[in-house]
Design a protein around this ligand. Structure first.
Ligand code: AMP
Length: 210
């Protein structure tokens, strides 16, 4: 199963990608997590991406396609993968297609901007392994500590309300047109947010298996 999770920032892509990855035994790949690790590690890639990320703008298609091409060539992707947060522009979608990367399903997570603005203030992430939490909806077992690797959780700088607004605007302008692109390929599966993580993953799995 080769999947894309498409949706606005804060739609729950990371959370659902982790659940689906376990359920379907395929890796979840987040360009956001790969870039944040590069920024934290101070690599050349991290230096190039940092400023764009902090203001909620997109990193160049060229950088993103390079990251994805390398990652999809790794052996754990042989039986499929879940892309979280990529492709994010028509240019990226077209470049992937040109490179022979095709998808069985593109799950479009449908949620209002208002709900996203409410949710983002409670999001916490692990800077080490990328796991995602929410103080009310998906709390870690011990407050402020990652269940997966024990690191201290942080609030992402780009989750500040003004930056979330900018990221939503970028989503509507650059990423939402991908719905038409994948609808025309016959693989788009829209899924409405169900109000809880469990109900939303059940709805996604039902549509994927149906
Ligand atoms: P995310 O964790 O998916 O919300 O990504 C965080 C930030 O990383 C975004 O706001 C962008 O600056 C950058 N980024 C992640 N994925 C992409 C992508 N596919 N294309 C361009 N920029 C990206």
């Amino acid at each position: 199963m080769r999947l894309i999770l498409l949706g606005a920032p804060g739609a729950g892509k990371g959370t659902q990608a982790a659940i689906l990855a376990k359920e379907l035994s395929i890796p979840a790949i987040s360009t956001g997590n790969i870039l944040r690790a590069a920024v934290a590690g101070g690599s050349e890639l991290g230096k190039q991406a940092k400023a764009c990320m902090e203001r909620g703008a997109l990193v160049s298609d060229e950088i993103i396609i390079g990251i994805i091409r390398d990652r999809l060539a790794e052996p754990d992707c042989a039986n499929g993968y879940i892309l979280d947060g990529v492709p994010r522009t028509l240019g990226q979608a077209e470049a992937l297609e040109k490179n022979g990367v095709v998808f069985d399903r593109v799950v479009s997570m449908e949620i209002s901007d208002e709900t996203i603005m409410e949710r983002m203030s409670g999001r916490r992430v692990c800077p080490k392994c990328g796991a995602s939490y929410h103080v009310a909806a998906v709390p870690p077992k011990q407050a402020g500590v990652c269940d997966e690797c024990g690191s201290a959780l942080i609030t992402r700088k780009d989750d500040a309300p003004e930056t979330v607004k900018a990221r939503l605007a970028v989503y509507h302008k650059e990423t939402e047109p991908l719905k038409d692109f994948y609808r025309s390929r016959g693989v788009l599966v829209p899924v409405a947010d169900q109000g809880s993580v469990e109900a939303t993953s059940a709805a996604i799995l039902k549509l994927l298996k149906g």
